[in-house]
Design a protein around this ligand. Structure first.
Ligand code: FES
Ligand SMILES: [Fe+2]
Length: 344
């Protein structure tokens, strides 16, 4: 196994799900997603149990899917309700269905045993719907790399100075060491950069100038959820590091969908506490973030190609790799525990 199965994964923005049968690939499994007549969403394995014809090539009949090959028809729970020309429906005429939740504008599927599908395990950011905060839907980037490389990147404040020079970084960050905290299946990598120049993004949108104290808290939780808390304040104005909300603060959230071993979807949105009623600014800020995340995409896709060209390449490990390595161990451990459980 290469993926944690007992988890919720974000597949697609809910506002893009319609009455059209649409095929998605989640952890290498093809899944057809569609909207039911009552507005809720269904997700079935995208394979007819007869000859494996993708159900997404079939037709929607009410809330049922009619296979486009010989017309076997399945309801939204995956149960076969009709076989043309045959009265008896075998018990094995079943398509797997996946538990679905909609949260933060995204459709989440539970990929493990449905009886473990507790919605409380979906990525959570309390500020999302709190007063004083404003949530803005971002976008989805498709990156041709292994999802763990993107996880490395999202736990890595050290690259920001070099990759995101016009948006998220300034040279002042380069030498400030990071702190790593590990809890169960969570990691926080954080640092404060005191009395340094404001980053371009906060200068533009946060109306800050000159020098600031600024922080980054990269919060990770398994399987691949990230909330990156970044913010700034006038130097010395927030002595208590837990009172970051008194400054200009933004949570850039990234929730990933591993499609297969070399493709990942990066769904992202942001939640901020400044200029919360300026809807015009949302699109502009989203465009700047989009530009920044595409800078990572360029590097990650090149690294993927190089890794494929030379799979045995021996990398050297730096101090900044501690948190990414810990993340990979957490993922491995969960995958191992799941395959142990499956064996017993
Ligand atoms: S392949 Fe679907 S009914 Fe034959
Ligand atoms: Fe980045």
């Amino acid at each position: 196994m290469k993926y944690i199965k007992e988890a919720w994964y974000p597949v697609v923005w809910a506002d893009r799900v319609s009455r059209e049968l649409t095929r998605h690939v989640v952890l290498e499994e093809p899944i057809v997603i569609y909207r039911l007549e009552n507005g809720s969403i269904a997700a079935l394995q995208d394979a007819c149990p007869h000859r494996l014809a993708p159900l997404s090539l079939g037709k929607l009949k009410g809330d049922n899917i009619e296979c486009g090959y010989h017309g076997m028809t399945f309801d939204c729970s995956g149960k076969c309700v009709l076989i043309p020309g045959q009265d008896i429906i075998p018990g094995s005429a079943l398509v797997r269905s996946f538990p679905v939740q909609v949260k933060y504008g995204l459709v989440w599927l539970y990929m493990g045993d449905p009886k473990n599908a507790d919605p409380k395990k979906i990525f959570h950011l309390p500020q999302y719907d709190q007063e004083g905060w404003h949530a803005v839907q971002g976008d989805t980037l498709r990156i041709e790399c292994n999802y763990l490389s993107l996880c490395d990147n999202l736990l890595d404040p050290a690259h920001v100075t070099f990759v995101h020079t016009t948006t998220l970084g300034t040279p002042a960050g380069a030498t400030v060491p990071v702190n790593n905290e590990y809890r169960n299946n969570e990691i926080t990598v954080w640092r404060w950069i005191r009395n340094g120049p404001v980053i371009p993004l906060f200068q533009k949108f946060g109306k800050l100038n000159g020098n600031v104290d600024r922080w980054h808290y990269y919060n990770y939780s398994t399987p691949c959820y990230f909330a990156i808390d970044m913010g700034s304040c006038p130097p010395g104005s927030i002595p208590d590091m837990e009172k970051r909300h008194e400054g200009v603060q933004m949570h850039a959230c990234h929730v990933l969908l591993p499609v297969d071993e070399r493709t990942v979807l990066q769904h992202w949105f942001h939640v901020r506490n400044f200029r919360t009623d300026e809807q015009d600014m949302d699109a502009e800020l989203t465009a700047s973030l989009d530009m920044a995340f595409k800078e990572d995409k360029v590097i990650l896709e090149r690294i993927q190609l190089e890794e494929e060209r030379d799979p045995d390449f021996k990398r050297i490990i730096l101090g900044i790799d501690a948190a990414p390595m810990k993340m990979r161990r957490m993922v491995d451990k969960l995958i191992e525990a799941e395959s142990d459980a499956a064996r017993h």
